[in-house]
Write a protein that binds this ligand. Sequence first.
Ligand code: FAD
Length: 521
Amino acid sequence: MATTAEWLPYGPVAYDRDLELTADACVIGTGAGGAVFASELAEGGKSVVMLEKGGFFRAEDFSQREADAMADFNGRRGLDSTKDNSMFLNYAEAVGGCTVHYWGDSFRTPEDRLERWRTQNGIDWMTPEELNPHWDVIEKELGIHIAGPELFNENNRLVKAGCEKLGIDGHAVPTARVDCIACGWTQYGCAYNRKSSQLITTIPRISKAGGRIYSDAQAARIVVENGRAVAVEGDLIDRKTHVAHARIRVDASVIVIAGGGIGGAELLLRNFPDEPVGRRFYVNPHYFVWADMGREIDNQTGIPCAYAVHEFRQVKRNARREYESGGYIMLSNHQSPGVFSVMLAESGPAHTERMKKYRHLGSLMSVIDEDNPGRLYIDRNGIRRTSFHVSGIDQYKAIDYLKNASRIFLAAGAREVWIPDVYGTIVRNEQDIRSKITLRSVEPNAQFCGGSHFLGTAPMGTDTADTFAKPTGESHRTAHLYVCDGSSLPGSISVDPSLTIMGVSRHIAAGLHERFGRSGA
Ligand SMILES: Cc1cc2nc3c(=O)[nH]c(=O)nc-3n(C[C@H](O)[C@H](O)[C@H](O)COP(=O)(O)OP(=O)(O)OC[C@H]3O[C@@H](n4cnc5c(N)ncnc54)[C@H](O)[C@@H]3O)c2cc1C
């Protein structure tokens, strides 16, 4: 019998029939934005129903095997990519959203970005004064602290050493984990409940406060009456077969879209095809370098990123305003063997030789603050598609990153640094860096490039023609419909996004709560 689970504080209750529910708020998506939003409302005494199209997995379900995690909770089994396969899109579909596999790096939004969103998007409340109190609370709840030496593996130590030798600005990262044992499998779900994902922080609190969380429940239709969102309809999906086995309808005073920069935008486009959704699709392109340290450093254990490089976050231009450098941060990185293996250009015995070096390799990854976003759309066959090309100035940022990442590892003692492009580029000294790392390495499909920070697809702002929602998070055109996740931010943040999404979500929820309080609606 096909069933869908509702998760109560004491465990799951399975359903095999159509459901009709009512609530003050129906929140679609249980990730960084949705879970923080729902916890604010539920703990404030509002009735909340959450719909999550992914499954409900807990510590005991995380097997620390790549294949299991990919199949269980990675969107499209970890194989999603843009239309021409030039950008891999990595995201989770599970209760807790992407925070189930996020690394826990937790940066507040840089002040220059808040200023941009105030001036360009008219979101006046985007100030440190407004957001700091929310971040103070969230940081405490998630146990966010600066990574100490116990969380540094050898790769993190090498990146730090390389930066210090070159006088490059880097820092231990603020990380969301408590008593972490640094087992190395954070990206595949924390099997020890030490990483502070939404799964183990806000979700149990929402449930305890009476919120009802339905996993395997996919929202499909937003019901609008007289210009106001009044209900959500969708399917209950059988976890084993992935087939819809029943329907769900939730009538609610407020509908909150928090399905993430991809899932939330897709839902909006299917319901409001003429609205400004998906016109800009930010991903923060991730390029990777691999440094052969000539000895075993076992980068797979520890946490992926205890140390990040901030020196190059802002673009520097010359007197003629031409691009000179920067436009990215770098994160210490590790990837599991399967993911690493597909990054390599070699095949056959040459590939085997490279794989044998797996435990010798240090790595850095870019978070490029792109100027040229991609697009998310529904094609004429009704399929959700994305397109993204690292282009223009962003290609120069990518090259600058590859060069500086190589310099850091060479300064830290690497024998050679592999640029995982189709040309098998290897650099051993500054001369190689200057001559071998060129535009051809960052052409679409010339090397593995990934995205995991999906932002800006249904942005807030005051320009009604260009943005989906008002600065309050409510749709410009449909009353009582809110958007509150990565999609609602105006664009790239220039650092990892989760703490921004959570802080903004908490702020918007607090505003809505006030309104609820006033109108009782
Ligand atoms: C491997 C990895 C590591 C990362 N590490 C970091 C990090 O260290 N620091 C950081 O700041 N960020 C990190 N990120 C990014 C961060 O996790 C995300 O930006 C953030 O979680 C996005 O929050 P969100 O609320 O927009 O969406 P999500 O957290 O993605 O949640 C959206 C949820 O909505 C569900 N959903 C979508 N559509 C529907 C629908 N129609 N019906 C029902 N449910 C739906 C999805 O299944 C999903 O569970 C990482 C991401 C990845 C992939």
